[in-house]
Each structure stands twice: as C-alpha cells, then as structure tokens.
Design a protein around this ligand. Structure first.
Ligand SMILES: [Zn+2]
Length: 84
C-alpha cells in the first residue's frame, strides 16, 4: 500500500515539475510512470498511487490465465522432447 502519497506538481503551463511520490515498504518511490514497481516487494502502482492487480492476474479479463498459457507451453515442450 502506498503511504504519504503526494500528487505531482505542475507549473502554470501544465508541465510537470515533480512526479507523484509515495512510500511503499517504508521507502519513498517515484510514481511518475504509468506503472511503478516497488523495488522491495515488487508491488505495482499506477501514477495515482493505486495498487495494481498482481501480474499473474493480468490475463483474467480476457479469460486467459497465465497458468493456461504456461500449461500449453509445457505440453508443446513435452511433445517436442518425445519427438526426439
Ligand atoms: Zn513495497
């Protein structure tokens, strides 16, 4: 969870002077990118400091899970090995 979130500051022309910042694992991190990863726990946050779903779940909206994709890869690998 992000603590002490500070919004990015812009000058009068709307140009960003400082990126958003927050603290995760007690360490200050920049939230200037679309996705920002904590170097300690690996949690992903968006630029608003909101925790993003774990990467393992990123395929769920399309009905594909990473385990499905991996099991297909493993099956292909087994077939290749058996062929040798
Ligand atoms: Zn963290």
């Amino acid at each position: 969870m992000i603590k002490n979130f500070t919004r990015s500051e812009c000058d009068e022309n709307g140009r960003r002077i400082t990126p958003s910042e927050g603290e995760c694992c007690g360490e200050k991190m920049s939230l200037g990118n679309f996705t920002n990863t904590c170097r300690n726990c690996g949690a992903d946050y968006n630029s608003a400091g909101q925790l993003l779903a774990p990467r393992e779940q990123w395929g769920e909206e399309t009905g594909e899970s990473l385990s499905d994709i991996l099991s297909i890869d493993y099956a292909d690998t087994d077939d290749l090995l058996e062929g040798n």
